[in-house]
Design a protein around this ligand. Structure first.
Ligand code: FE2
Length: 177
């Protein structure tokens, strides 16, 4: 379930309509897939087992196809961060710094929890954070300033989708005014 947090990470609300309104105002597409699709998956081995990843992608084929066709995305993969991830601290430090990309950043949370900080462009509301857990998906449009961090469990597994040639470099300098 998505939770709306303040720009400082304090809980604001998990009332779905209120969370949705904040994201809509900021121009952030989002939604929730059917929880039934996520049951019975061995998340402990998912990141190290390509066959299991294939099986998961088949299980979610229908909503995945809808998401891809809605936004023109072509490819997908499954990634994750866990306490076992090499250099987790260094990776998280990079993600935590405010940045943007020249491609959309799309995530469907399969397991765990991740928090995005959003800095809306002018006229689209104040900065806020949103916490995502299993079934939640979000599209952070290209050139939208944002950052990302984990809860103390340090665990998130997510589906990413991409356009043909993703430009995944994080750009830390602010957008020109
Ligand atoms: Fe990013």
């Amino acid at each position: 379930m998505m939770k709306l947090l303040s720009a400082q990470g304090a809980f604001v609300t998990d009332e779905p309509n209120t969370v949705s309104q904040a994201l809509q105002q900021a121009g952030i597409p989002h939604g929730k897939w059917d929880p039934a699709l996520f049951s019975g998956i061995d998340y402990d081995t998912l990141l190290s087992n390509p066959n299991l990843q294939e099986a998961v992608l088949k299980t979610v084929a229908q909503p995945l196809a809808t998401l891809k066709s809605s936004f023109g995305y072509l490819t997908e993969d499954i990634i994750g961060l866990t306490p076992q991830t090499p250099n987790l601290g260094g990776i998280l430090k990079q993600f935590r710094a405010e940045h943007h990309h020249t491609d959309d950043e799309v995530r469907v949370i399969l397991h765990g929890e991740g928090i995005f900080g959003i800095i809306p462009s002018a006229g689209k509301g104040e900065p806020f954070e949103v916490s995502l857990t299993q079934c939640d998906w979000i599209v952070i449009p290209e050139n939208t300033r944002h950052y990302f961090y984990l809860t103390e469990e340090n665990t998130v597994i997510a589906l990413r989708v991409f356009k043909d040639n993703p430009q995944w470099e994080a750009i830390y300098e602010p957008l020109p005014a």
